[in-house]
Design a protein around this ligand. Structure first.
Ligand SMILES: [Zn+2]
Length: 388
């Protein structure tokens, strides 16, 4: 057991408040925060630095190589190739201030091996929460990962199979997606009744369920069926055209506490410049969803082509612009709000006595300027310091 370390002369944002905390020090013992505003014999002077909670990316794919643009080549990698690449990604995430990430799918549960290696302290990386093999329809979105089901009965069997592999939650593809030839993002892959049965089965086994949803029909099915998080939430009509926003569904999301994980990555800054009309429509949707009380959680879909696993700090200012949100609200979506949505708020997401010491040190004022998060001076994950 090591002795307590106090980081003094710091400015602390706890992940929740509207401004900084009155205390100017954080004391860490082993993996946890044991005090705010305490003195201790072992103190490190952090004058000029600000602490925020470690960042959470609520949608990543650890097995995907973002430098491979072709799906066929992506899938041609052997399990051992993938195993060799994953630790580097995990370490880069940690250095970027991402101390927790939710992995929403792969084919062979390799990301669960990585999760366990990190948890045992064998390699540096963020805490991972993993969904394993996603449930999809026949030839549906990401069917190549092996999760095709013909009916509810097969879907239940896949929940059980994921359970045996030790997943933390279940992922289901409620609509088609972009990288699968025969699937249509605007079309639902399951009926509301089918989703209700599958989600109830997963909930009975204490698994939260994340649903991939581009089309409005699929979003509505997933929300009324009781899904916990809606991924992407693109509000597309059946032909894939955006703007098919349904306010009744949004009201339902708010009343059921369904979180939206909009997967905005750093590359979208370019896309927004060229598509001002689209940006106006999307910002209005976000404003209405927020006004209705829907919770947003920051996410990037890291691993898809050209989106690195450590993209989140670069993505947050883009998310703020895309969703017309204040920097502090975006930062909440990447810390305390994400932790609540992922049901890990008793462990991380806030700078609070008793929580894990997951902390990011930055220069500047992250509550008004998210870009300062791109250059952390130090990251602490579960009490261990990783200088950047
Ligand atoms: Zn994804």
């Amino acid at each position: 057991m090591k002795s307590a370390v106090t980081y003094k002369n710091v400015r602390i944002w706890d992940g929740q408040g509207d401004t900084y905390r009155p205390e100017a020090s954080v004391t860490v013992e082993d993996s946890r925060i044991v005090g705010l505003g305490l003195e201790s014999s072992q103190a490190k002077d952090c004058a000029g630095l600000t602490i925020v909670p470690g960042l959470i990316d609520s949608h990543v794919h650890m097995v995907l190589d973002p430098s491979i643009l072709d799906v066929g080549k992506q899938l041609a990698q052997s399990d051992d190739d993938i195993r060799k690449k994953m630790p580097g990604r995990a370490e880069n995430m940690l250095k970027a201030g991402i101390t927790c990430a939710r992995d929403l799918g792969g084919g062979n549960w390799l990301e669960l091996e990585l999760r366990d290696q990190i948890a045992r302290g064998e390699i540096p990386g963020p805490r991972l929460i993993c969904a394993g093999r996603p449930i999809t329809s026949v030839e549906g979105h990401c069917h190549f990962w092996g999760g095709e089901v013909h009916d509810v009965c097969e879907a239940r069997r896949l929940v059980d199979q994921n359970d045996k592999h030790g997943v933390d939650l279940i992922k289901i593809m409620a609509t088609g997606g972009m990288f699968t030839a025969k699937s249509h993002p605007g079309r639902a892959q399951f009926t509301q009744d089918e989703l209700s049965e599958i989600i109830a089965y997963a909930h009975d086994r204490d698994f939260a369920v994340a649903a991939h949803c581009h089309g409005t029909e699929g979003i509505a099915n997933a929300v009324y069926a009781g899904v916990d998080t809606v991924e992407h939430c693109s509000w597309m009509d059946r032909d894939g055209k955006r703007g098919d926003y349904l306010h009744d569904v949004v009201i339902e999301m708010a009343s059921r506490n369904t979180s939206v994980s909009p997967t905005v990555n750093g590359n979208w800054s370019r896309f927004m410049q060229f598509n001002k009309a689209h940006l106006g429509v999307v910002r209005q949707q976000f404003r209405e969803m927020r006004a209705a009380g829907v919770r947003f959680i920051a996410s990037t879909d890291a691993g898809i082509p050209n989106v690195t696993h450590h993209d989140l700090p670069r993505a947050l200012p883009v998310f703020a612009q895309y969703a017309d949100m204040r920097p502090i609200d975006v930062l909440r979506s990447a810390t305390s709000e994400a932790a609540c949505a992922l049901n890990i708020h008793h462990e991380t997401g806030t700078v609070k006595v008793g929580n894990m010491a997951d902390l990011v040190f930055v220069e500047g004022d992250p509550l008004t300027d998210l870009s300062v998060l791109q250059h952390p001076t130090c990251v602490i994950a579960r009490g261990i310091e990783y200088p950047s």
